[in-house]
Design a protein around this ligand. Structure first.
Ligand code: SAH
Ligand code: SF4
Length: 351
Protein backbone atom coordinates (compact mmCIF):
# COMPACT_ATOMS: atom_id res chain seq x y z
CA UNK A 1 0.00 0.00 0.00
CA UNK A 2 1.09 3.57 -0.67
CA UNK A 3 2.46 5.42 2.33
CA UNK A 4 0.39 8.15 3.92
CA UNK A 5 1.39 11.68 2.93
CA UNK A 6 3.02 13.53 5.81
CA UNK A 7 0.90 16.59 4.89
CA UNK A 8 -2.23 14.70 5.94
CA UNK A 9 -1.30 14.59 9.62
CA UNK A 10 -2.75 17.21 11.90
CA UNK A 11 -0.36 18.60 14.48
CA UNK A 12 -2.00 16.39 17.11
CA UNK A 13 -1.80 13.27 14.92
CA UNK A 14 1.92 13.80 14.30
CA UNK A 15 2.53 14.43 17.98
CA UNK A 16 0.77 11.17 18.87
CA UNK A 17 2.66 9.27 16.22
CA UNK A 18 5.99 10.59 17.51
CA UNK A 19 5.17 9.69 21.12
CA UNK A 20 4.00 6.21 20.09
CA UNK A 21 7.28 5.79 18.26
CA UNK A 22 9.41 6.70 21.25
CA UNK A 23 10.20 10.27 20.19
CA UNK A 24 9.91 13.53 22.12
CA UNK A 25 6.87 15.74 21.73
CA UNK A 26 8.88 18.83 20.78
CA UNK A 27 9.93 17.14 17.54
CA UNK A 28 6.45 17.92 16.22
CA UNK A 29 7.08 21.65 16.00
CA UNK A 30 10.51 21.05 14.46
CA UNK A 31 9.04 18.80 11.77
CA UNK A 32 6.20 21.24 11.08
CA UNK A 33 8.74 24.04 10.75
CA UNK A 34 10.56 22.04 8.08
CA UNK A 35 7.35 21.14 6.30
CA UNK A 36 5.49 24.43 6.28
CA UNK A 37 7.95 27.22 7.03
CA UNK A 38 11.22 26.11 5.46
CA UNK A 39 9.24 23.93 3.06
CA UNK A 40 11.81 21.23 2.39
CA UNK A 41 10.88 18.41 0.03
CA UNK A 42 12.74 15.50 1.64
CA UNK A 43 12.99 14.12 5.17
CA UNK A 44 16.79 14.01 4.77
CA UNK A 45 16.81 17.82 4.71
CA UNK A 46 15.41 18.04 8.25
CA UNK A 47 18.88 18.51 9.60
CA UNK A 48 18.14 18.84 13.32
CA UNK A 49 16.45 15.41 13.53
CA UNK A 50 18.29 12.22 14.39
CA UNK A 51 19.15 9.82 11.57
CA UNK A 52 16.94 7.21 13.21
CA UNK A 53 13.93 9.53 13.23
CA UNK A 54 14.49 10.52 9.61
CA UNK A 55 14.54 6.84 8.70
CA UNK A 56 11.35 6.18 10.65
CA UNK A 57 9.60 9.09 8.98
CA UNK A 58 10.74 8.00 5.51
CA UNK A 59 9.62 4.44 6.18
CA UNK A 60 6.13 5.53 7.20
CA UNK A 61 5.30 8.66 5.24
CA UNK A 62 5.62 10.09 1.77
CA UNK A 63 5.94 13.74 0.81
CA UNK A 64 3.66 15.13 -1.89
CA UNK A 65 1.15 12.66 -3.32
CA UNK A 66 0.64 14.93 -6.34
CA UNK A 67 2.37 14.84 -9.67
CA UNK A 68 2.09 18.10 -11.57
CA UNK A 69 0.90 17.47 -15.14
CA UNK A 70 -0.06 20.89 -16.51
CA UNK A 71 0.34 24.49 -15.36
CA UNK A 72 -1.48 27.20 -17.30
CA UNK A 73 -1.11 30.88 -16.58
CA UNK A 74 -3.83 33.31 -17.59
CA UNK A 75 -3.34 36.90 -18.72
CA UNK A 76 -4.96 38.14 -15.51
CA UNK A 77 -2.49 36.18 -13.34
CA UNK A 78 -4.77 33.22 -12.60
CA UNK A 79 -2.81 29.96 -12.63
CA UNK A 80 -4.36 26.58 -13.12
CA UNK A 81 -2.66 23.33 -12.10
CA UNK A 82 -3.60 19.84 -13.16
CA UNK A 83 -2.30 17.14 -10.81
CA UNK A 84 -2.21 13.38 -11.10
CA UNK A 85 -2.82 11.39 -7.93
CA UNK A 86 -0.94 8.20 -7.07
CA UNK A 87 -3.84 6.11 -8.42
CA UNK A 88 -3.68 8.14 -11.68
CA UNK A 89 -6.86 10.14 -11.15
CA UNK A 90 -6.60 13.80 -12.16
CA UNK A 91 -7.57 16.82 -10.09
CA UNK A 92 -7.24 20.55 -10.53
CA UNK A 93 -6.30 23.52 -8.39
CA UNK A 94 -6.49 27.23 -9.21
CA UNK A 95 -4.43 30.15 -7.92
CA UNK A 96 -6.07 33.58 -8.14
CA UNK A 97 -4.50 36.98 -7.60
CA UNK A 98 -6.67 39.52 -5.78
CA UNK A 99 -5.92 42.99 -4.45
CA UNK A 100 -6.11 41.52 -0.93
CA UNK A 101 -3.79 38.56 -1.54
CA UNK A 102 -3.35 35.21 -3.23
CA UNK A 103 -6.15 32.72 -3.03
CA UNK A 104 -6.09 29.00 -3.89
CA UNK A 105 -9.18 27.05 -4.92
CA UNK A 106 -8.84 23.40 -3.88
CA UNK A 107 -10.49 20.18 -5.00
CA UNK A 108 -11.86 17.79 -2.37
CA UNK A 109 -13.07 14.77 -4.35
CA UNK A 110 -12.42 13.02 -7.66
CA UNK A 111 -15.76 13.79 -9.35
CA UNK A 112 -18.91 14.66 -7.45
CA UNK A 113 -22.10 12.76 -6.66
CA UNK A 114 -24.36 15.73 -6.05
CA UNK A 115 -25.07 16.04 -9.77
CA UNK A 116 -26.08 19.70 -10.15
CA UNK A 117 -27.30 20.02 -13.70
CA UNK A 118 -25.16 23.06 -14.61
CA UNK A 119 -21.83 21.80 -13.26
CA UNK A 120 -18.92 20.21 -15.11
CA UNK A 121 -17.55 18.49 -11.99
CA UNK A 122 -20.65 16.40 -11.49
CA UNK A 123 -20.40 14.84 -14.96
CA UNK A 124 -17.90 12.41 -13.48
CA UNK A 125 -19.51 10.53 -10.58
CA UNK A 126 -17.45 10.53 -7.44
CA UNK A 127 -14.57 8.07 -7.83
CA UNK A 128 -13.26 8.70 -4.36
CA UNK A 129 -12.70 11.26 -1.62
CA UNK A 130 -9.35 13.02 -1.48
CA UNK A 131 -7.30 12.39 1.64
CA UNK A 132 -6.43 15.35 3.86
CA UNK A 133 -2.83 14.99 2.60
CA UNK A 134 -3.94 15.33 -1.02
CA UNK A 135 -5.85 18.52 -0.21
CA UNK A 136 -3.03 20.08 1.84
CA UNK A 137 -0.55 19.09 -0.91
CA UNK A 138 -2.49 21.26 -3.40
CA UNK A 139 -1.71 24.29 -1.25
CA UNK A 140 1.91 23.19 -0.86
CA UNK A 141 2.39 22.68 -4.61
CA UNK A 142 1.10 26.19 -5.27
CA UNK A 143 3.32 27.54 -2.49
CA UNK A 144 6.33 25.73 -4.05
CA UNK A 145 5.46 27.37 -7.36
CA UNK A 146 5.40 30.79 -5.66
CA UNK A 147 8.63 30.01 -3.78
CA UNK A 148 10.33 29.12 -7.07
CA UNK A 149 9.60 32.63 -8.33
CA UNK A 150 11.61 34.03 -5.41
CA UNK A 151 9.32 37.00 -4.80
CA UNK A 152 8.38 36.01 -1.27
CA UNK A 153 4.72 35.57 -2.16
CA UNK A 154 2.53 33.51 0.09
CA UNK A 155 -0.83 31.79 -0.27
CA UNK A 156 -2.97 33.99 1.99
CA UNK A 157 -6.50 32.77 1.27
CA UNK A 158 -8.18 29.46 0.49
CA UNK A 159 -11.52 28.72 -1.12
CA UNK A 160 -12.81 25.16 -0.96
CA UNK A 161 -14.68 25.47 -4.26
CA UNK A 162 -12.92 23.11 -6.66
CA UNK A 163 -14.22 19.73 -7.77
CA UNK A 164 -16.32 17.87 -5.21
CA UNK A 165 -18.67 18.50 -2.33
CA UNK A 166 -16.52 19.25 0.75
CA UNK A 167 -19.20 18.21 3.24
CA UNK A 168 -19.45 14.82 1.53
CA UNK A 169 -15.80 14.35 2.60
CA UNK A 170 -16.26 16.02 5.94
CA UNK A 171 -13.57 14.46 8.15
CA UNK A 172 -10.74 14.85 5.64
CA UNK A 173 -11.77 18.42 4.84
CA UNK A 174 -11.85 19.23 8.54
CA UNK A 175 -8.33 17.80 9.02
CA UNK A 176 -7.21 19.85 6.02
CA UNK A 177 -8.68 23.04 7.54
CA UNK A 178 -7.02 22.37 10.88
CA UNK A 179 -3.65 21.71 9.23
CA UNK A 180 -3.52 24.83 7.04
CA UNK A 181 -4.93 27.03 9.80
CA UNK A 182 -2.50 25.90 12.51
CA UNK A 183 -0.26 28.77 13.64
CA UNK A 184 2.77 26.45 13.78
CA UNK A 185 2.44 25.69 10.07
CA UNK A 186 1.03 27.65 7.13
CA UNK A 187 -1.01 29.76 9.56
CA UNK A 188 -3.66 30.72 7.01
CA UNK A 189 -6.26 32.58 9.07
CA UNK A 190 -9.68 30.97 9.46
CA UNK A 191 -11.23 34.23 8.32
CA UNK A 192 -9.26 33.89 5.09
CA UNK A 193 -10.72 30.46 4.36
CA UNK A 194 -14.12 29.84 2.75
CA UNK A 195 -15.85 26.48 2.39
CA UNK A 196 -18.59 26.23 -0.21
CA UNK A 197 -21.32 23.62 0.09
CA UNK A 198 -24.27 22.64 -2.05
CA UNK A 199 -26.24 22.59 1.19
CA UNK A 200 -25.91 19.32 3.13
CA UNK A 201 -28.03 20.38 6.07
CA UNK A 202 -26.82 18.01 8.79
CA UNK A 203 -23.20 18.83 7.94
CA UNK A 204 -23.81 22.58 8.08
CA UNK A 205 -25.09 22.02 11.62
CA UNK A 206 -22.07 19.90 12.50
CA UNK A 207 -19.75 22.55 11.03
CA UNK A 208 -21.48 25.23 13.12
CA UNK A 209 -20.42 23.30 16.23
CA UNK A 210 -16.73 23.23 15.26
CA UNK A 211 -14.45 25.70 17.06
CA UNK A 212 -12.98 26.95 13.73
CA UNK A 213 -14.20 30.37 12.53
CA UNK A 214 -14.20 29.51 8.82
CA UNK A 215 -16.38 31.41 6.31
CA UNK A 216 -19.25 29.47 4.89
CA UNK A 217 -20.68 29.84 1.39
CA UNK A 218 -23.94 28.19 0.39
CA UNK A 219 -24.60 27.33 -3.26
CA UNK A 220 -28.19 28.49 -3.27
CA UNK A 221 -28.70 29.29 -6.98
CA UNK A 222 -32.49 29.54 -6.69
CA UNK A 223 -35.00 31.33 -4.44
CA UNK A 224 -37.66 28.58 -4.31
CA UNK A 225 -37.81 24.79 -4.11
CA UNK A 226 -39.24 24.30 -7.59
CA UNK A 227 -36.40 26.04 -9.41
CA UNK A 228 -33.75 24.77 -7.00
CA UNK A 229 -34.83 21.14 -7.33
CA UNK A 230 -34.80 21.48 -11.12
CA UNK A 231 -31.10 22.43 -11.12
CA UNK A 232 -29.88 20.83 -7.87
CA UNK A 233 -31.47 17.49 -7.09
CA UNK A 234 -29.97 17.63 -3.60
CA UNK A 235 -32.74 20.13 -2.85
CA UNK A 236 -35.24 17.25 -2.65
CA UNK A 237 -33.72 15.94 0.56
CA UNK A 238 -32.29 19.32 1.66
CA UNK A 239 -35.08 21.79 0.83
CA UNK A 240 -34.69 25.55 1.13
CA UNK A 241 -36.67 26.05 4.36
CA UNK A 242 -34.61 23.41 6.20
CA UNK A 243 -31.43 24.77 4.65
CA UNK A 244 -32.29 28.23 5.98
CA UNK A 245 -32.92 26.76 9.45
CA UNK A 246 -29.44 25.21 9.34
CA UNK A 247 -28.00 28.56 8.19
CA UNK A 248 -29.76 30.30 11.11
CA UNK A 249 -28.24 27.74 13.45
CA UNK A 250 -24.81 28.40 11.94
CA UNK A 251 -25.29 32.15 12.34
CA UNK A 252 -26.46 31.75 15.94
CA UNK A 253 -23.26 29.85 16.77
CA UNK A 254 -20.83 32.02 14.80
CA UNK A 255 -22.35 35.41 14.13
CA UNK A 256 -20.15 35.45 11.02
CA UNK A 257 -21.23 36.64 7.64
CA UNK A 258 -22.41 33.99 5.23
CA UNK A 259 -22.26 34.04 1.45
CA UNK A 260 -25.01 32.80 -0.82
CA UNK A 261 -23.74 31.88 -4.26
CA UNK A 262 -26.13 32.41 -7.10
CA UNK A 263 -25.19 31.45 -10.66
CA UNK A 264 -27.11 33.58 -13.13
CA UNK A 265 -28.75 31.20 -15.64
CA UNK A 266 -30.68 32.89 -18.40
CA UNK A 267 -34.46 32.46 -18.02
CA UNK A 268 -34.03 29.82 -15.32
CA UNK A 269 -33.40 31.78 -12.10
CA UNK A 270 -32.65 35.34 -13.27
CA UNK A 271 -36.13 36.93 -13.53
CA UNK A 272 -37.05 39.94 -11.38
CA UNK A 273 -39.56 37.81 -9.47
CA UNK A 274 -36.70 35.46 -8.53
CA UNK A 275 -34.78 38.44 -7.17
CA UNK A 276 -37.82 39.50 -5.11
CA UNK A 277 -38.23 35.96 -3.76
CA UNK A 278 -34.54 35.85 -2.88
CA UNK A 279 -34.77 39.17 -1.06
CA UNK A 280 -37.77 37.86 0.92
CA UNK A 281 -35.89 34.66 1.77
CA UNK A 282 -32.94 36.60 3.17
CA UNK A 283 -34.74 39.55 4.74
CA UNK A 284 -34.20 38.44 8.34
CA UNK A 285 -30.46 37.93 7.74
CA UNK A 286 -29.73 41.27 6.05
CA UNK A 287 -26.77 42.06 8.27
CA UNK A 288 -24.95 38.77 7.80
CA UNK A 289 -26.01 37.53 4.36
CA UNK A 290 -24.05 38.36 1.22
CA UNK A 291 -25.25 37.35 -2.21
CA UNK A 292 -22.61 36.60 -4.80
CA UNK A 293 -24.03 36.77 -8.33
CA UNK A 294 -21.83 34.47 -10.42
CA UNK A 295 -21.54 34.50 -14.21
CA UNK A 296 -22.29 31.03 -15.54
CA UNK A 297 -19.34 29.31 -17.20
CA UNK A 298 -20.85 27.47 -20.13
CA UNK A 299 -20.35 23.69 -19.99
CA UNK A 300 -20.68 21.97 -23.36
CA UNK A 301 -22.46 18.92 -21.86
CA UNK A 302 -25.10 21.20 -20.33
CA UNK A 303 -26.08 23.27 -23.34
CA UNK A 304 -29.62 23.84 -22.06
CA UNK A 305 -28.14 26.68 -19.98
CA UNK A 306 -26.74 30.00 -21.05
CA UNK A 307 -25.35 32.99 -19.26
CA UNK A 308 -27.72 35.78 -18.22
CA UNK A 309 -27.38 39.05 -20.10
CA UNK A 310 -25.61 41.97 -18.45
CA UNK A 311 -28.90 43.86 -18.28
CA UNK A 312 -30.65 40.98 -16.50
CA UNK A 313 -27.80 40.66 -14.00
CA UNK A 314 -27.90 44.40 -13.25
CA UNK A 315 -31.69 44.39 -12.91
CA UNK A 316 -31.47 41.44 -10.50
CA UNK A 317 -28.77 43.24 -8.53
CA UNK A 318 -30.93 46.38 -8.33
CA UNK A 319 -33.87 44.50 -6.85
CA UNK A 320 -31.66 43.00 -4.15
CA UNK A 321 -30.12 46.39 -3.41
CA UNK A 322 -33.55 48.02 -3.12
CA UNK A 323 -34.48 45.42 -0.53
CA UNK A 324 -31.31 46.11 1.43
CA UNK A 325 -29.59 42.81 0.65
CA UNK A 326 -25.77 42.94 0.39
CA UNK A 327 -24.82 41.79 -3.05
CA UNK A 328 -21.81 41.66 -5.37
CA UNK A 329 -21.44 40.65 -8.99
CA UNK A 330 -18.48 38.33 -9.13
CA UNK A 331 -15.89 39.20 -11.71
CA UNK A 332 -14.64 36.38 -13.82
CA UNK A 333 -11.06 35.18 -13.57
CA UNK A 334 -8.97 33.00 -15.81
CA UNK A 335 -11.64 32.49 -18.45
CA UNK A 336 -8.96 32.26 -21.17
CA UNK A 337 -7.52 29.15 -19.49
CA UNK A 338 -10.79 27.44 -18.51
CA UNK A 339 -10.24 28.14 -14.84
CA UNK A 340 -13.89 27.39 -14.14
CA UNK A 341 -14.95 24.51 -11.95
CA UNK A 342 -14.10 21.19 -13.56
CA UNK A 343 -13.24 22.46 -17.01
CA UNK A 344 -9.53 21.85 -17.52
CA UNK A 345 -9.87 18.38 -16.13
CA UNK A 346 -12.74 17.40 -18.37
CA UNK A 347 -10.84 18.75 -21.40
CA UNK A 348 -7.77 16.67 -20.54
CA UNK A 349 -9.92 13.56 -20.09
CA UNK A 350 -11.28 13.91 -23.62
CA UNK A 351 -7.86 14.04 -25.24
N1 SAH B 1 -19.59 21.42 -4.29
C1 SAH B 1 -19.48 22.67 -3.65
C2 SAH B 1 -18.16 23.36 -3.93
C3 SAH B 1 -17.60 23.26 -5.30
S1 SAH B 1 -18.48 24.08 -6.57
C4 SAH B 1 -20.64 23.57 -4.02
O1 SAH B 1 -21.40 23.20 -4.92
O2 SAH B 1 -20.79 24.61 -3.40
C5 SAH B 1 -18.05 25.77 -6.28
C6 SAH B 1 -19.04 26.76 -6.86
O3 SAH B 1 -18.96 26.76 -8.30
C7 SAH B 1 -20.48 26.45 -6.50
O4 SAH B 1 -21.18 27.59 -6.09
C8 SAH B 1 -21.00 25.93 -7.80
O5 SAH B 1 -22.38 26.02 -7.87
C9 SAH B 1 -20.26 26.79 -8.81
N2 SAH B 1 -20.32 26.28 -10.19
C10 SAH B 1 -20.44 25.01 -10.61
N3 SAH B 1 -20.50 24.95 -11.96
C11 SAH B 1 -20.40 26.23 -12.40
C12 SAH B 1 -20.40 26.83 -13.69
N4 SAH B 1 -20.49 26.10 -14.79
N5 SAH B 1 -20.31 28.18 -13.77
C13 SAH B 1 -20.20 28.93 -12.64
N6 SAH B 1 -20.18 28.42 -11.39
C14 SAH B 1 -20.29 27.08 -11.28
FE1 SF4 C 1 -20.85 18.94 -7.02
FE2 SF4 C 1 -20.72 21.54 -6.34
FE3 SF4 C 1 -20.71 20.78 -8.92
FE4 SF4 C 1 -22.94 20.54 -7.49
S1 SF4 C 1 -21.89 22.45 -8.02
S2 SF4 C 1 -22.09 18.97 -8.89
S3 SF4 C 1 -22.11 19.98 -5.51
S4 SF4 C 1 -19.16 20.35 -7.40
Amino acid sequence: MDKQAIYGLTYGNLENWLIENGEKKFRTSQIWGWLYIKRVKKFEEMSNLSKALIEKLSANFSFTPLNQVVVQESKDGTVKYLFQLEDKHMIETVLMTHHYGLSVCVTTQVGCNIGCTFCASGILKKQRDLTAGEIVAQIMQVQFYLDSKGEGQRVSHIVVMGIGEPFDNYDNVLDFLNIVNNAKGLAIGARHITVSTSGLIHKIREFADEPLQINLAISLHAPNNEVRTSIMRINRSNPIEKLMDAVDYYLSKNNRRITFEYIMLSNVNDRPEHARQLAALLKDKKKLAYVNLIPYNPVSEHDQYSRSSKEDVLAFYDVLQKHGINCVIRKEQGSDIDAACGQLRSKQMKK
